[in-house]
Design a protein around this ligand. Sequence first.
Ligand code: ZN
Length: 395
Amino acid sequence: MANQSLVRHINERRLLGILRVSGPVPRAELARRLSLTRASITGMIDDLLARGMVSEKARESNAERRDVGRPGIDIALEPNGAYFLGVEIGVGVLRFALLDLAAGVAETDEMPFDRGLVPEAVVGMVADKLAGLRQRPPYRDNIRALGVTVPGLVRRDGHVINLPILGWKDVNLSALIAARIELPCHVENNANAAAFGHIYSDPRQHHGVVVYLKIGTGCGGAVIIDDKLLRGGNGLGTEFGHLRIAADGPLCSCGQRGCMETFVNLKALQRYATNRDVDEAATDPQLPEQVAAGLAKGDPDAERAVATLAGHLTEGLVDITNIFDPDEVVFGGAMLPVLDAVVERITGPLRRRMVPGMSLPLLTVSRIGAFECAIGAAALAHHEEFDLSNLDLRT
Ligand SMILES: [Zn+2]
């Protein structure tokens, strides 16, 4: 790319980034924030208007501005200008989320799949879904990129090292997707994607260091530092589920015993609620809702289950807090119905057990819900394509 067109490419993405974070902005302010002349900004905006990426919007009048005269015109992102498909390959379920150019959720959908399917067949289902979406407006020719998540270890290049829950080992998922789908594709671990989606949905806040714990069938972790995912050397880091919080315990999917995951996942909640061991196939996905209902009625079994789980989670959180000094710890995943109650029971013990002098992080629950991984995957695709990748999100 010649220097001049590279500068234009960068400025165009900076402009789109400003509009995403700040909302509609007057031309003069865009020129000022991008240090461009009026002529340059006009040329760039005319081009984006012609491509349907931005639109002109009459500024909402208010008492202060009414005196000034005719209403001004702002430049706004045109949500229909582009779409990004996020796909979560879950445990026997595919979840899809489409984000528009303004990073709003256009639609979501899910479909079951047989857990015994080979990776090629699952990728085929994703390709068929994409083809179906392209049959109808406004997605026709307008889906720009794809993000895909899996609940396992994924290298930076999209190679799945291990996905024990589906029995996938050493699968070059990026290559399988590229063979069927011509769009740019980003493959990511599910907790990383959910964490990214959480901060991407609220770009105005300064997030500092955010730790994300996704608690459900397993326990995934992610760390975001100044709006960038901390991936580790190969993209495999922040596996908080495998923090060793006990000398012994149930056998973990990683082959070890004592991992936090085995004390805080759905299977563990079922064990605490029923006072007996359960096999994974018997784990009831409705359990968190049932336990939450039990808590509301003062049921002692539900209270014991949540308190036990919160106690084990505190063990891991003390270490995580001491290592990362996070501003915020966000909890998400299928455990959502009981997470408020868990957070309530963690706060005091965590405060008492952290290294003295450190600040208690803000403990919050992600409300994005069941589609958090698919939405996060689409957010990663949006970020890679339209923001200045690997630069600061905050323009
Ligand atoms: Zn483990």
